[in-house]
Design a protein around this ligand. Structure first.
Ligand SMILES: Nc1ncnc2c1ncn2[C@@H]1O[C@H](COP(=O)(O)OP(=O)(O)OP(=O)(O)O)[C@@H](O)[C@H]1O
Ligand SMILES: [Mg+2]
Length: 159
C-alpha cells in the first residue's frame, strides 16, 4: 500500500484498530518492521487511537513495553530496537503476555528472532521515492486471524 503522509499512516492504524475491536478471542501478534523513522510508532499511534486510547502515546524506546487497556483488550506496544540478542528479548517475558485478549504490537521484531511468538500479521514500512513523506507499507498474514485483520484493513481503506 502507498502511504502518502503521516496522517495517512495514522488513518491506516485506525483501520487496524477498528479491525482489532471485532477480532475474535485469542492473542494477536503484529510485527512492524522498518528503518528508523519509517513510521512504525506513527502507525501504532493510529491503532491506539482507533481503539479509543486518548492522551499521550509514548514510544517504548526506553521502557521497551508500554501497556494499554482499551476496548476490552490488553494492548502491548513493544519496541525491541535497543535489545541486541534474542536472550535479552527472552528475558522480557513476552510470551507471558499472551492472554486471550492480548494484542502485541512489536517494533523491530527482527531483534527478537527466535524469541518471539509467531506473528499473525507482519507489517513492513519502507521509505518510498523522493517525497519525504512517502512510504510503502506491506502486510502479510500468517494465520486466519491475521487474514481477517488484513481483509478488514483493505475494506476500510478502499471505502
Ligand atoms: N507517510 C508517513 N508515515 C509515517 N510517518 C511519517 C510519514 N511521513 C512522515 N512521517 C514522519 O516520520 C516520523 C516517523 O517516526 P516514527 O517514530 O513513527 O518512526 P519509527 O519507525 O517508529 O522509528 P523508530 O525506529 O525510531 O522507532 C514522524 O515524525 C512522522 O510524522
Ligand atoms: Mg518507533
Amino acid at each position: 500500500m502507498n502511504v502518502a503522509t503521516a496522517d495517512d499512516m495514522r488513518a491506516l492504524g485506525r483501520a487496524l484498530g477498528g479491525a482489532l475491536r471485532t477480532a475474535s478471542e485469542g492473542a494477536l501478534v503484529i510485527g512492524i518492521e522498518g528503518e528508523l523513522g519509517a513510521g512504525k510508532t506513527t502507525l501504532v499511534q493510529g491503532v491506539l487511537a482507533g481503539l479509543g486510547v486518548t492522551g499521550a502515546i509514548r514510544s517504548p524506546t526506553y521502557t521497551l513495553i508500554e501497556p494499554y487497556d482499551a476496548a476490552g483488550l490488553q494492548l502491548y506496544h513493544i519496541d525491541l530496537y535497543r535489545l541486541s540478542s534474542s536472550r535479552d528479548v527472552e528475558a522480557l517475558g513476552i510470551r507471558d503476555l499472551l492472554d486471550a485478549r492480548a494484542v502485541l504490537l512489536i517494533e523491530w521484531p527482527s531483534r527478537g528472532a527466535g524469541a518471539l511468538p509467531t506473528e499473525d500479521l507482519s507489517i513492513s514500512i519502507e521509505y518510498q521515492g523522493s517525497g519525504a513523506q512517502h512510504r510503502l507499507l506491506r502486510a502479510q498474514a500468517h494465520s486466519s486471524a491475521g487474514d481477517k485483520l488484513l481483509e478488514q484493513i483493505l475494506a476500510a481503506t478502499s471505502e
